[in-house]
Design a protein around this ligand. Structure first.
Ligand code: VAH
Length: 313
């Protein structure tokens, strides 16, 4: 049985679908703080889970005895800066409860997403390596950095098989992002199709590591399926994806929607967050340990996003 906590989020929605396709609907219990999103409700078991309520979480572990747990519930970078203590509390309490219950109920594997947000202004900005100076200056970033330390600690101390990926900004059409800094790269596609124009909250030259959701989900499942003894990283694996800035994304969209108009706001708090993050990531450990290979470059992602988004908006 696979338990997914945070099933209604940008990653959760896609992981529930992918894992139910592989293991069958009944094998995957989706859970989130709110009642199920329509698409998930009608496709398999669902629980209301509140990562701040230890008894509620404990009850779900006791009832379902999951063999794998994916903890995806978190407050992301931009929203985290609006409510820093809430973000720290939710991101850390949720992880520590899940790690404890995973040990208590002998869960075979745990997945927890980290982010390129664990890097900061003094980290190398290009081809950022797996190991380097990390001085994240967002609550989200340092909660993910602290979380990575806890994951490695539970692996070393209790032998818990916790696995993690430092995701770049994720772009997908099935579910929207919630409260991040890279969300512009999803909103732009919706606006390009609906209104033909988009006002970006990041400046034209702001390059960031990004990844198409299909690649991110495939990477997650590949990592989770890898033999434990092939994994040399128990904090969280760098994952690079594609590096582009808003102007480059707009130019790619214009190849499909020639009249698309891009504009830029003159200031937004998310610009400072983006400026503190790497422009590109070195993911040689993922390539070496579990054979990672990217499939979607900017052109392929843009074409796939537009073709699919058109069918649902
Ligand atoms: C955010 N989408 O923007 C997340 C992600 C690398 C960015 O962590 O906060």
């Amino acid at each position: 049985k696979i338990l997914i906590i945070g099933a209604n989020g940008q990653i959760g929605t896609e992981l529930v679908k992918a894992l139910r396709n592989i293991h069958g609907a009944e094998a995957v219990i989706a859970s989130d703080i709110k009642s199920p999103a329509y698409a998930i409700r009608n496709s398999g078991p669902y629980e209301i889970a509140n990562v701040l309520d230890r008894d509620n979480l404990h009850h779900i572990f006791e009832k379902h005895r999951p063999t794998q747990v994916y903890l995806l519930a978190a407050i992301l970078s931009a929203v985290g800066e609006q409510k820093p203590k809430v973000a720290w509390d939710l991101n850390m309490t949720g992880l520590l409860s899940v790690l404890d219950f995973a040990v208590e109920f002998k869960v075979a594997k745990v997945f927890w997403p980290s982010s390129i947000a664990v890097f900061g202004p003094h980290s190398p900005q290009h081809d950022t390596p797996q190991y380097c100076v990390m001085d994240p200056n967002t609550v989200y970033g340092f909660s993910k950095l602290a979380g990575e330390r806890w994951c490695e600690y539970y692996f070393e101390k209790y032998g818990l098989d916790v696995r993690s990926i430092r995701y770049p900004g994720l772009i997908g059409w099935r579910a929207n992002p919630g409260g991040g800094t890279t969300d512009y790269a999803v909103h732009i596609f919706h606006e390009a199709l609906k209104t033909g124009k988009y006002e970006s909250f990041l400046s034209a030259g702001t390059a960031l590591p990004m990844m198409y959701m299909d690649d991110a989900i495939r990477a997650t499942i590949t990592l989770m399926d890898a033999p434990a003894d092939t994994l040399s990283i128990r904090s969280s694996y760098n994952l690079g994806g594609i590096s582009f800035n808003p102007e480059q994304l707009a130019d790619e969209i214009k190849k499909h929607i020639p009249n698309f108009e891009m504009s830029y706001v003159d200031s937004d708090p998310r610009q400072a967050i983006a400026d503190s993050w790497p422009k590109s990531i070195d993911d040689s450990y993922a390539q070496k340990d579990w054979g990672w290979q990217l499939e979607f470059d900017l052109a392929k992602m843009t074409a796939d996003m537009l073709v699919n988004l058109k069918t649902i908006i």
